[in-house]
Design a protein around this ligand. Structure first.
Ligand SMILES: *[C@@H]1O[C@H](CO)[C@@H](O)[C@H](O)[C@H]1NC(C)=O
Ligand SMILES: *[C@@H]1O[C@H](CO)[C@@H](O)[C@H](O)[C@H]1NC(C)=O
Ligand SMILES: *[C@@H]1O[C@H](CO)[C@@H](O)[C@H](O)[C@H]1NC(C)=O
Ligand SMILES: *[C@@H]1O[C@H](CO)[C@@H](O)[C@H](O)[C@H]1NC(C)=O
Ligand SMILES: *[C@@H]1O[C@H](CO)[C@@H](O)[C@H](O)[C@H]1NC(C)=O
Ligand SMILES: *[C@@H]1O[C@H](CO)[C@@H](O)[C@H](O)[C@H]1NC(C)=O
Ligand SMILES: *[C@@H]1O[C@H](CO)[C@@H](O)[C@H](O)[C@H]1NC(C)=O
Length: 363
């Protein structure tokens, strides 16, 4: 089937190809016709169609990949199963390459031999690959004050641009336009979800990393609690900590456990609650809540004091007055004081007098 003339033609085509890289000679121009088509850009995985026009008097034609022949007329030379013939007739010669990959990139040439002279058409194939993040920092747990480095590597063609940002809680001040995000001396407020984005002309890939920052507990100042004998009393303690704090309660130096006579201790997340179901005289006193995690501990003291019946019977304006007095004296001691009924009226009045005296002295 492949007669000697055929081989001669192919040899001629090969020579034409070799000539492509050289400056075009005027002599060569008259004998052959070389045309460069626009570049074809295609995505990895898609099917590439290579088509060239034929015309009358075509004796032989071939599609070549660099220097190897893919198809010579109807004959498939390529051993690649992805390559197949689509159309071969008077007008066009089209082959296709399925599932295009990066290795298929490069110059393809259609060579046509007519009765008069050879002619080639070449086309440059550019394969694009969507970005893919291939190496990403794992979720991290660090202690406050550590230096943190997050890393994100991605493939793709064209080369993807890589960036980091803090996703939640959203913080635009924490971002980077590179593969690496460095956070020196990390604070608890930098804990959260970070997002790496790799993008090129064709697509975007994103991945997230969760960053946990551990820190020792801090407890909110305890609020003293006044309870009437025989009533229910609740002491509440709140701690901010990561990991969440464990709580212990003390009466002076003695540890109190859940289930002690008439007492219940309930921990729920950042809170711990100590409940007296029926406050007795002996219950009044100084309680300490200690919050601890592996990084440290903190404590606060809460006074359970007797609330007298007279306080309960006060009018609402009296209650406001008491609150005012508490603010002034900044302490639970005054409220525990049995004489608070009188001092309630007295203290603010004294202050008023002092202020008035100062004003008068100025004139
Ligand atoms: C085609 O692609 C090649 C290789 O990337 C490049 O050198 C050339 O400038 C491109 N030509 C056009 C017309 O875009
Ligand atoms: C084109 O040639 C290159 C190198 O010879 C090869 O790796 C690639 O698979 C070829 N492509 C096709 C479609 O044959
Ligand atoms: C990911 O990056 C780290 C740090 O550069 C390196 O040690 C590791 O081998 C990389 N893993 C992969 C799969 O590339
Ligand atoms: C964190 O980095 C700073 C300099 O950037 C360095 O002085 C310090 O020792 C580092 N801390 C740790 C825990 O590595
Ligand atoms: C609370 O304790 C006192 C003394 O032990 C008892 O008399 C009273 O009935 C108790 N009240 C309740 C509601 O249990
Ligand atoms: C309560 O106890 C704590 C710890 O023992 C102590 O520091 C604090 O001064 C006490 N509070 C009062 C009002 O006695
Ligand atoms: C409470 O904290 C103080 C320092 O803030 C510490 O000296 C004390 O030992 C702590 N008390 C307990 C019971 O942990």
């Amino acid at each position: 089937m492949k007669n000697p003339v055929y081989w001669v033609v192919l040899a001629g085509i090969s020579i034409a190809l070799i000539q492509q890289g050289l400056p075009v000679r005027s002599q060569g121009e008259s004998q052959s016709d070389n045309k460069q088509m626009d570049n074809i850009t295609i995505r990895q995985g898609e099917t590439l169609f290579l088509s060239c026009s034929q015309g009358d008097f075509v004796t032989h034609t071939a599609w070549l990949n660099r220097s190897s022949i893919l198809y010579a007329g109807e004959d498939k030379w390529s051993v690649d199963p992805r390559v197949s013939l689509v159309t071969l007739n008077q007008d066009e010669f089209t082959i296709k390459i399925e599932d295009v990959d990066l290795t298929d990139e490069g110059q393809y040439i259609c060579a046509v031999q007519t009765s008069s002279r050879p002619r080639t058409t070449s086309v440059h194939i550019i394969v694009q690959v969507p970005p893919k993040i291939v190496n990403l920092s794992k979720d991290l747990v660090v202690n406050e004050g550590s230096n943190v480095t997050l890393m994100c590597l991605a493939n793709g063609k064209p080369e993807p641009a890589i960036g980091w940002r803090m996703l939640s809680p959203s913080d635009d001040s924490l971002s980077s336009d590179s593969e690496v995000l460095e956070i020196p001396f990390i604070s608890r407020y930098r804990a959260g979800v970070y997002e790496c984005t790799a993008s090129n002309d064709i697509a975007v890939d994103t991945q997230t990393v969760e960053l946990t920052v551990n820190y020792p507990p801090s407890v909110s100042d305890g609020r003293d609690v006044g309870v009437t004998l025989g009533q229910r009393g609740v002491l509440q303690c709140e701690a901010d900590a990561v990991p969440e704090a464990d709580f212990e309660w003390y009466r002076d130096d003695r540890r109190i456990f859940n289930g002690f006579d008439g007492i219940e201790i309930e921990d729920a997340g950042a809170f711990s609650k100590l409940t007296f179901f029926n406050v007795s005289e002996a219950d009044y006193g100084n309680y300490t809540c200690v919050a601890m995690n592996k990084l440290g501990s903190a404590n606060t003291s809460i006074i359970l004091y007797a609330e007298t019946a007279s306080v309960l019977e006060m009018t609402s304006s009296d209650l406001e007055q008491t609150a005012f007095e508490n603010d002034l004296l900044e302490g639970p001691g005054a409220v525990q004081d049995g004489n608070s009924g009188t001092s309630t009226v007295f203290t603010p009045t004294c202050l008023l007098l002092i202020v008035l005296l100062q004003l008068l002295l100025k004139f």
